[in-house]
Write a protein that binds this ligand. Structure first.
Ligand code: NAD
Length: 498
């Protein structure tokens, strides 16, 4: 494990630079409190420089033109190769920066990021328009064009993956980008900048600016030369982003919070699988996952056995430093998030929810140096507890019993969020019926948490709008121009006003 303090730089206009102010921020490992690196604390001047570079790259080069689509695809393919060549390095950096586990990051996050660049490499020359049958002697064509300078502002919980989710489709569609990672986890994006540079990205096409959300994020949302903001973060900050972006009418993609229901019907026979997926769906990344299955609804006929098994297996989850290959659950991102989770746990206890296991900070031995919370399960006899309503973003599962299908649909939908959901049943008609009734952007049937680069990800209701991933993300990075071509050869077509 390397713990030397290294300084990372931002990537603006093809150069690795410090903040104009010279100020820096530190990255602290959430598992042991050690400072692992410093990076620039960017400001308004750095955003202006990055947007200028991105605008020049879009407006004065061929980058966004249709005939450059193969070049864009080739660049994305080379970035994928570059990521794969540095998997171990990137994984270690991500683990130390975020507190995630090495197992998850090296087997999932980094591969998935490389795959994402490759996926969009293959879509760069697949951007189609449409011929529209407008009446008359007319050829009407709707063409898809890039937007120009796009900004992406993201959360801290899947840093390298978010960089891929935002940068890859944005470039494939012919835009240029200013990317702002979370200040909590900026390092993998800055390491990715090296890979992007070595892959031969033209100057200004990709710019990565680090610093506080209230400064960098705000400047990007208000900047007159930014056409679009793709935001991943909390619903609360998402609303501020929408307000700021309104003044210049930016296009938006909003990937926001969630409180997702995971519903287990009694006809689902493989209970072991359902328990395993319920654990993965919540405790993966210590519950710091937007689509975490934090509300677990189990049918009354199987409830007691299910509860026993959940509690037994939660008690076996190894919690520890992310660099230990035996750890399945790592640290919480920082002290303030840990405190907020512990406060919500206290509210659960006070309001009368029954704590079945966990519910405390872990401080044994080296764990005391970091921000660890025991995997926690509450049994909730109704849905009005704060812990059932509020996104906790930590390893806290709310277990609830239900009687029938209509009741559980109503309860599952009784939330401001609509990000994800799951249904476990062997009855195909029920599976389809319930999935249609759930108000969420994602429904898993007999599965949880699996996201594919090929399939759209995004929410309903206050979980946001617009999609990351899949070909649908390309729609968010293009706009449609209608071209009407008059084909009539005599003068009869000429419209006059008098
Ligand atoms: P956050 O909303 O606090 O921050 C997200 C980003 O916004 C960060 O880069 C931050 O620096 C920036 N920011 C903060 N204040 C800003 C401002 N005033 N103007 C512009 N930008 C600002 O979220 P977080 O704590 O980093 O992440 C956790 C949240 O993100 C959870 O609610 C989670 O559900 C959500 N999330 C959603 C998805 C999804 O795909 N739907 C994925 C991951 C996380």
């Amino acid at each position: 494990m390397t713990c030397d303090i290294k300084h990372y730089q931002m990537y603006i206009d093809g150069e690795f630079v410090n903040a104009e102010s010279g100020e820096t921020m530190s990255s602290v490992c959430p598992a042991d409190g050690k400072i692992i690196a410093t990076f620039p604390k960017g400001g308004q001047a750095d955003v202006d420089k990055a947007v200028r570079a991105a605008k020049a790259a879009f407006e004065t080069t061929d980058w966004g033109k249709t005939h450059a689509s193969d070049n864009r695809g080739d660049l994305l393919r080379r970035i994928a190769v570059g990521i794969r060549e540095k998997i171990d390095e990137l994984a270690e950096l991500e683990v130390l920066d975020s507190g995630k586990t090495i197992t998850d990051v090296s087997l999932v996050d980094v591969h998935y990021a490389a795959d994402c660049f490759e996926y969009y490499a293959n879509l760069a020359n697949q951007i189609y328009g449409e011929v529209i049958p407008v009446p008359g002697d007319v050829l009407d064509i709707a063409v898809r064009e890039p937007l120009g300078v796009c900004a992406a502002i993201v959360a801290w919980n899947y840093p390298i993956m978010f960089a891929a989710w935002k940068i890859a489709p944005c470039l494939a569609a012919g835009n240029t980008i200013v990317y702002k990672p979370s200040s909590e986890t900026s390092l993998s994006a800055l390491a990715l900048a090296k890979i992007i540079d070595e892959a031969g990205a033209p100057k200004g096409v990709v710019n990565i600016v680090t610093g506080p959300g209230g400064v960098i994020g705000k400047s990007l949302c208000e900047h007159p030369d930014v056409e679009k903001v793709s935001f991943t973060g909390s619903t609360e900050v998402g609303k501020q982003v929408m307000r700021m972006a309104a003044s210049t009418m930016k296009k938006l993609t909003m990937e926001l919070g969630g409180k997702s229901p995971n519903i287990i019907f009694d006809d689902f026979t493989n209970q072991e699988a359902a328990v395993g997926a319920a654990l993965l769906g919540l405790y993966f990344n210590a519950g710091q996952t937007c689509v975490a299955g934090s509300r677990l609804y189990v049918h009354e006929n199987i409830y007691d056995d299910f509860k026993k098994e959940i509690v037994r297996r939660v008690g076996l989850i190894p919690v520890g430093h992310g660099m230990d290959w035996n750890s399945r659950m790592g640290a919480i991102i920082n002290e303030s998030q840990m405190r907020s989770i512990l406060d919500l746990i206290e509210s659960g206890k006070k309001e009368g929810a029954k704590l079945l296991i966990g519910g405390n900070r872990l401080t044994e031995g080296d764990l005391a140096k970091g921000f660890f919370i025991a995997p926690t399960v509450f049994e909730c006899d109704h849905d009005d507890y704060t812990i059932v309503k509020k996104e906790i973003f930590g390893p806290v599962l709310c277990l609830m019993k239900f009687k029938d299908e209509q009741e559980v649909i109503t309860r599952a939908n009784n939330t401001i969020y609509g990000l994800a959901s799951a249904v476990w049943t062997n009855d195909i008609k029920r599976a389809f019926r319930v999935s249609k009734a759930l108000k969420a952007g994602q429904v898993w049937i007999n599965q949880y948490l699996v996201l594919s680069n090929f399939a759209p990800h995004g929410g309903y209701k206050q979980s946001g709008f617009g999609k990351d991933l899949s070909k649908y993300a390309m729609d968010n990075y293009t706009q449609i121009k209608n071209i009407y071509i008059e084909l009539c050869t005599d003068d009869s077509y000429i419209s006059t006003f008098e």
